[in-house]
Design a protein around this ligand. Structure first.
Ligand code: IMP
Ligand code: MG
Length: 180
């Protein structure tokens, strides 16, 4: 079983669900009367997005971008960020809300923010499920953070190692023997 590969559960399913509901309420209050243009960063954000958007009471559009910064079987960002799949609609004049799974070094988010700013959105805010502040290489503004976590490689609730474990309902730490 996939969950037998987990050394420790860092954030339980119950805590994830409760925090996602809270973030949904906060975002709905902050965007009252507006229609945010959500940009979810694939692939990692898809599980969080699916739960979060069901707690949004404001109308919103959901768009996707796919970004790559890791090489396959790696637990370190390569620092080289590429757009694998771009938006299908322009965010010009829109109130963009970026949804990320995790901000680690900040390289990916920094790249996305610089790229999107050139497309003249009305505003840009960022919501990330997880943040590893101790790993930051680029200072990036984050408006909504689900959980700050220590410098551990985590999987589950959308986060993968080598494209596996995204479906786990909790956030856990993979047994080191699986990536060493
Ligand atoms: P950054 O560019 O270093 O901030 O890394 C951002 C991306 O790396 C995230 O969107 C994730 O896809 C991936 N990532 C960073 N830390 C982890 C982790 O602990 N587990 C799984 N993926 C991670
Ligand atoms: Mg990944």
């Amino acid at each position: 079983m996939l969950k037998d590969d987990v050394a420790k559960i860092l954030i339980s399913e119950e805590r994830l669900q409760a925090r996602t509901a809270e973030l949904g309420q906060q975002i709905s209050a902050d965007y009252a009367g507006q229609t945010p243009f959500i940009i979810a960063v694939l692939k990692g954000a898809y599980v969080f997005l699916a739960d979060l958007c069901r707690h949004l009471t404001v109308p919103h559009q959901v768009h996707f971008m796919a970004i790559s910064s890791y090489g396959g079987r790696s637990t370190q960002s390569s620092g080289v960020v590429r757009i694998l799949m771009d938006l299908t609609e322009s965010p010009e004049g829109q109130k963009v809300l970026i949804i990320e799974d995790i901000v680690d070094s900040g390289n990916t988010l920094d790249y996305i923010l610089r790229n999107l700013r050139t497309r003249n959105p009305a505003s840009i805010r960022v919501c990330t499920l997880l943040s590893k502040p101790s790993r930051r290489e680029k200072p990036v503004p984050i408006d909504y953070i689900g959980f700050e976590i220590p410098d551990e490689f985590v999987i589950g609730y959308g986060l993968d190692f080598d494209e596996l474990y995204r479906n786990l309902p909790f956030v856990g730490i993979l047994k080191p023997e699986f990536y060493e």
